[in-house]
Design a binder for this molecule. Sequence first.
Ligand code: GLY
Length: 344
Amino acid sequence: MASRRKFIYSSLFGGLGTLLGKKVIAGVSYPTVTGNPIVISTWDAGLAANAGAWKILGSNGRALDAVEAGVRVTEDSINCCVGLGANPDRDGIVTLDACIMDEHGNCGSVGALERIKHPISVARRVMEKTPHVMLVGQGAQQFAVSEGFPLEEQKLSDDAKKAYEQWLKKSEYKPIINIENTKSGGHGPSAPVHLPNGELNHDTIGMVAMDAAGNLSGSCTTSGMGFKMRGRLGDSPIIGAGLYVDNEVGACTATGQGEDVIRICGSHTVVELMRQGMSPGQACKTAVERIIKIKGDKAGEIQVAFLALNKKGEVGSFAIQKGFSYALKSNKEEKMYNAKSYYQ
Ligand code: GLY
């Protein structure tokens, strides 16, 4: 899209080194944005989502409202990875996961939600109107309907339909996640990425923001891994994995293979590393290295990326594979960044 191309992709990082026989990053630097409001979100879709969030942040609104409004833009769009037109599970049904967290430690989440257009808003209702944090499956749908969310028909996008039909030919259960690399210059509604066998891989939009009052919130929403087993949940609806916010320290969201984010309580880990004094970038890199250590030889087969913001308004990100990009909007800039990665 022309408007998307207008934004500059910035490569922000330094040289290469070698660690464990692999090409890895030796030095890491990150954009430092001091001041708020600020909003960051994963992938190309983040540009439009940030613009949605900015309508609130730019008029001194609350970060919580901004992160909900922002990712609703992505849920509304036709894309492979978020919302009702996205990749179905292996039974052909689109199931959606989302979570949200505010500056007071309040949080809400939905998992495996069907036929509801805005899972992020249902997650917020779970947070605000129930004594619980998480509702899943039919119970989540029942709650959504009781809250006035209309039951929609599932409408697979053309790409998702084509990819699912292709997948059905073999019906091989081999989930592969995030092979976006540089084929599309990123991953988003405008550039759904097909795997070599025609499958669409998946991803997530995760967003964190700090408002003019200095308060942090975050949101995360996805259809999860394409052609997943029915009932599979990834990291995105799990507080501490796909998203974590601590208003004294910072916030983090994750994207990529949810199972491996969950394994290290990824977003919570990044926030705790920031609490110990690491910059957002160092914290994301350390969390990625923890996954790599666990995965060993299999680390090259997966993608995970973390995106974090600290209380000073500093941003950092790090991924296992190259190709992860994120969108940043503040009073000073509005652009895409390519994150540094372990593998080059
Ligand atoms: N990160 C999204 C998922 O694994 O479902």
